[in-house]
Design a protein around this ligand. Structure first.
Ligand code: NAI
Length: 468
């Protein structure tokens, strides 16, 4: 019997695609080589990191805010073993949740490494080496991404001293000095976890700013906050070597603009210099599936590859490597296969950095608008002027709204502050509907909430804020 859809990979892209396909009445199977479902995100990415981020933030709150709030708990102490156990339990409940949903939706799961034999045929090689072939009217490649390493630098990641994001989720003790190579999302999220747990953290970043591509003003303010939390930054610094030492490791870097190299010692080094699309052993070449110069599977606007009946979604194709982008692509492909009009609006994909405070954005940055020659206006509102933020001691940060000068249509929203990752969605919905800053400003917001700062920033864009 042939399946209507066989999805290779069960990360957020793959498992959501499979569930949607099954919901639409398609006979669906998933191929997964990992022992549990959920891919990088659920097993060694988004979910476990959020458990550690939350737990370490609670420790920091207990250490730095409880006293002011009048809560006496003695000296808060870290129990790393317990914190890691909480992380593992969180992962277990999430991956089990996916297994439950597969059963509920009557999705067949094949354990093993999937390979495309040809259009219509997938082989699955189990751990015991046994190969099984399954017929598939449609194949969806959802194999995700893997750690890319440092371009041009040989690094031996042992996940103990020289670690990737995977090892950074399971260190058995807090390193004295953690050097983070790469000031992107992973470096800052996991670097800030270990900083809160007591490590001295140095971030070495090639660019002149952290979180390249983020709104410049927000990035600068954010960096100042992280520096206040104790993170040390070496910007405009290119890492040229990472080596194991007798004790720990060494990291060598040189100024991008030229100058003398510097070597620093570390107890642990986190390599966070990006991820690469993962298509190893997938048989793309044999099946005739085209990839681009960066190894990403080439797709058209409907996520179809050049081979009829083969689709690709998520980190393995172009676009931001974000779980929610993969999920939306999974839904779109399932709908397309079912004969519906699947679509992803790539202009309105929110992105969140889950640090403390969080940084969230949707749409264009000021730099992008300037570059595109768009005539825009800006409205800002700081959380220092928000009552709820004051009550919770979370006054760091701001909301920034960018709108078209002529039409008032909102083009970008950037939030730096506590709960930014939740607040961004009102801007996302507004932008999905092509809303204006006046629409946002005239929408009643509950008081007192942090979200009122979003309304005030919109007011500032459209006319004047009330509370400033
Ligand atoms: P990234 O691309 O965000 O950051 C890598 C950084 O390393 C860049 O700033 C780059 O300039 C720097 N770099 C590269 N080579 C270097 C060198 N030789 N010396 C110094 N710096 C160097 O990659 P990251 O943080 O590894 O994340 C990988 C992917 O995972 C990203 O696409 C990210 O969007 C995604 N992710 C998203 C999360 C979220 O949405 N909250 C959380 C974690 C990962």
């Amino acid at each position: 019997m042939a399946y209507d859809v066989v999805v290779i990979g069960s990360g957020p892209g793959g498992y959501v695609c499979a569930i949607k396909a099954a919901q639409l009445g398609l006979k669906t199977a998933v191929v997964e080589k990992r022992e549990t479902y959920g891919g990088t995100c659920l097993n060694i990415g988004c979910i476990p990191s959020k458990a550690l981020l939350h737990a370490s933030e609670m420790l920091a709150e207990a250490q730095h805010s409880f006293d002011t709030l009048g809560v006496e708990v003695g000296t808060p102490k870290l129990n790393l073993k317990k914190m890691l156990a909480h992380k593992d339990a969180t992962v277990a409940s999430n991956v089990n949740g996916v297994a439950f949903l597969f059963k509920k939706n009557k999705i067949d799961a094949f354990r093993g490494t999937g390979k495309i034999v040809s259009a219509g045929k997938v082989s699955v090689t189990g751990e015991d080496g046994k190969v099984q072939e399954i017929e598939a009217k449609n194949i969806v490649i959802a194999t995700g991404s893997d750690v890319a390493g440092i371009p041009g630098v040989k690094v031996d990641i042992d996940e103990k001293v020289i670690i990737s994001s995977t090892g950074a989720l399971s260190l058995e003790k807090v390193p004295g000095h953690l050097v983070v190579v790469g000031g992107g999302v992973i470096g800052l999220e996991l670097g800030s976890v270990w900083a809160r747990l007591g490590a001295k953290v140095t971030v070495v970043e090639y660019l002149d700013s952290i979180l390249g591509g983020m709104d410049g003003e927000v990035s600068k303010q954010f960096q100042r906050m992280l520096a206040k939390q104790g993170l040390d930054f070496k910007l405009g610094a290119k890492v040229t070597a990472v080596a194991q030492a007798k004790k720990g490791a060494t990291v060598t870097f040189e100024p991008v603009k030229g100058g003398a190299a510097e070597t620093i010692e570390a107890d642990a080094v986190l390599i966070a210099t990006g991820r690469r699309p993962y298509t190893d052993a997938l048989g793309l070449k044999e099946a005739g599936v085209d990839v681009d110069e960066r190894g990403r599977v080439k797709t058209d606007a409907h996520l179809r590859t050049n081979v009829p009946g083969i689709y690709a979604i998520g980190d393995v194709v172009a676009g931001p490597m974000l779980a929610h982008k993969a999920e939306d692509e999974g839904v779109a492909v399932a709908e397309t296969i079912a004969g519906q009009a699947g679509h992803v609006n790539y202009d309105v994909i929110p992105s969140v950095v889950y640090t403390s405070p969080e940084v969230a954005s949707v749409g264009k940055t000021e730099e992008e608008l300037k570059k595109a020659g768009v005539d825009y206006k800006v409205g800002k509102f700081p959380f220092t002027a928000n009552g709820r933020a004051r009550a919770m001691l979370h006054t760091d940060g701001l909301v920034k709204v960018l709108a078209d000068k002529a039409t008032d249509r909102v083009l970008g929203v950037h939030i730096l502050g506590f709960g930014a990752g939740e607040m961004i969605h009102e801007a996302t919905v507004l932008m999905e509907f092509g809303g204006s800053s006046e629409d946002l400003a005239r929408t009643c917001h509950a008081h007192p909430t942090m979200s009122e700062a979003v309304k005030e920033a919109a007011l500032a864009t459209f006319f004047k804020p009330i509370h400033l």
